[in-house]
Each structure stands twice: as C-alpha cells, then as structure tokens.
Design a protein around this ligand. Structure first.
Ligand code: SAM
Length: 280
C-alpha cells in the first residue's frame, strides 16, 4: 500500500495500540489509506477549510483529510483507547489536528471551529442518522457547515438520495433534499472494513444550499411529512387527518390528489402543503 504520509500503516497502528474493534461503538475501521484519501477528496477542496470529523478511530480518514490539505481537523472520538494513535498523527501535522475525547452527540464543536467548515466522517452506524438530522435541522439556515461527506450503511444512503415513487423515499430524503444537494459518491463492499460489517456501505456528499429549495416552516414541514409517512400505505386524506381540520381542501389546493400516498408526493408539493397548513 502506498503511504500517503510518513506514518506507520494502519494495521501496525492497530496492533501497537491494541485497538480491538468494539461492536458497541460501531467500530468498523478503514485500513486502506488510498481509500481514505479518496473519501477525503470526495469532500471537495479542503485547503483553507476546517474539517469536523466524528469518530476518527485509529485515524485512517483523519490522515486522508490532512494529507489532502485540510487547514485543520477537529476530531471527536468517544473511545479513549484511540487517543495515543491520534496523538501520533497530531505530532506529524503540528497545529493541524485537535482531538476531543467525547460523545459527538454531546460535544459543542462550534467553539473549536473556524469557517469555512466541512464535515467528513465514517460514522458510527448507531449515531449516524441522528447526527445527520441534527446537521440538517439547525434553527437558522445556512448552517455552520458547507458540506457533509458521510459514510452510511448503503440502505441509509439510498434513503437520503431517494426520489418520489421509490421504496426508500421518506422523511430523510425530504429533509436532506430540501436544504441540500445530496448524492451518493462511492459504494463500498463489506471487505473494505475491518472487521467487515454485514452490509454494503456508501459515502453520501451533501452540499448545503444557500436557502431551502422551497419556502416552508421546518416544524410544520416535519409534522406533515412525519404524519404522511407514519402510515405510508394510506391515502393522505386519512394519514394527514390530524394535521389540519380541512386537510382535503388543502391537499387539493396544493395540487395533491387527496387519494395520493405520501411516497408519490414531491418535495415541492410537501412544501406547498406545509405553507397552507401553517397559514391555518
Ligand atoms: N473513522 C475511522 C475509520 O474510518 O476507520 C473509524 C470509523 S468507525 C465506523 C466509527 C468510530 O466512531 C469509532 O472509532 C468509534 O469509537 C467512534 N464513535 C462511536 N460512537 C461515537 C460517538 N457517539 N461520538 C464520537 N465517536 C464515536
């Protein structure tokens, strides 16, 4: 394997620091530095950017991000066993890697970052979707980040980029595509990871739009979408009954047949309906 920096190969790092993967922490490590450099490149031009990385583990992607020219990387890792390996990377790239030992769901990262900011991570599966939803639902838009380059289970990645009419279409697709441009940029087989997970994975790249694609109030849009997809096989006039007393009339006004099912309604139509619901 060609070295992307002068640091030891990741297998050696894992052996030296006895980083036996823990299932409870979603630890499936990427050990091919060419692959981690490729993921880092998928994050866009990193020069002049601070990059937030969640779950660096032994540091494969961290090394990719630094080698690809990130101004600074802020890495948040829950497993303290990884800290010595990450300290070696920090020493190799003076002043460019800050590591926080903590839970990414609890740490306030903003105090440690300077714009422009990109986020890149091979996410622990157990917290990946929750973090994505948080990053997509800040109180103000545009958010603190320019782009997200994130590894998910392939099935979750498909839910993020899904279009109307597909089985994967739902809340995640609508939320992601309302405020961002989302695409799958890489699909990885289980063998790319150590240990190998049961399923394929995929890297999704999301670029924040300057403003949501269509106007709507986030809370109302979320309520309408959740109600529609909670009973996705039902007609909207019945699944959205609790959302508004005149829901049939509002559906008609938004150009949506009341007998339609949520999975066939476009983002634009959902936003139109959310505006009508919000107007009372
Ligand atoms: N980035 C490394 C790689 O690509 O080889 C490791 C990826 S592994 C799928 C997920 C990493 O996230 C593990 O290192 C795990 O310890 C860490 N992790 C799990 N839950 C976390 C949390 N709540 N906050 C921060 N890190 C977490």
């Amino acid at each position: 394997m060609a070295a992307i920096d002068g640091l030891p190969p990741l297998r050696e790092v894992i052996a030296t620091h006895e980083l036996v993967a823990k299932k409870a922490l979603g630890q499936n490590f990427l050990l091919d530095l060419n692959l981690t450099a490729k993921i880092a490149r998928a994050a866009g031009d990193l020069t002049g950017c601070d990059v937030l990385e969640v779950g660096p583990g032994p540091g494969g992607l961290t090394r990719g991000l630094l080698a690809e020219g990130a101004r600074r990387v802020l890495a948040v890792e829950k497993d303290s066993r990884c800290l010595p390996a990450l300290a070696e990377i920090a020493a190799h790239y003076p002043g460019r890697l800050e590591v926080i030992n903590g839970d990414a769901l609890a740490v306030d990262v903003l105090a440690h970052l300077t714009p422009p900011i990109r986020i890149a991570a091979n996410l622990p599966y157990n917290v990946g979707t929750e973090l994505l939803i948080r990053w997509l639902t800040p109180a103000v838009w545009p958010p603190f980040w320019q782009s997200l380059t994130l590894m998910f289970q392939k099935e979750v990645a498909e839910r993020i980029v899904a279009k109307p009419g597909s089985d994967h279409y739902g809340r995640l697709a609508l939320l992601a595509q309302w405020r961002a441009e989302a695409k799958i940029v890489m699909v990885l087989p289980p063998e790319a990871f150590t240990p190998a997970p049961k399923v394929h994975s995929a890297v999704v790249h999301l670029t924040a739009l300057p403003a949501p694609r269509y106007p709507a109030d986030l809370a109302v849009l979320e309520r309408v979408v959740a109600a529609g997809f909670n009973q996705r096989r039902k007609m909207l006039r019945s699944s959205l009954k609790g959302v508004h007393p005149r829901i049939e009339a509002l559906l008609e006004e938004a150009g949506i047949p009341p007998t339609e099912r949520a999975e066939r309604v476009s983002l634009e139509q959902f936003c139109h309906l959310a505006r009508l619901v919000a107007a009372g």
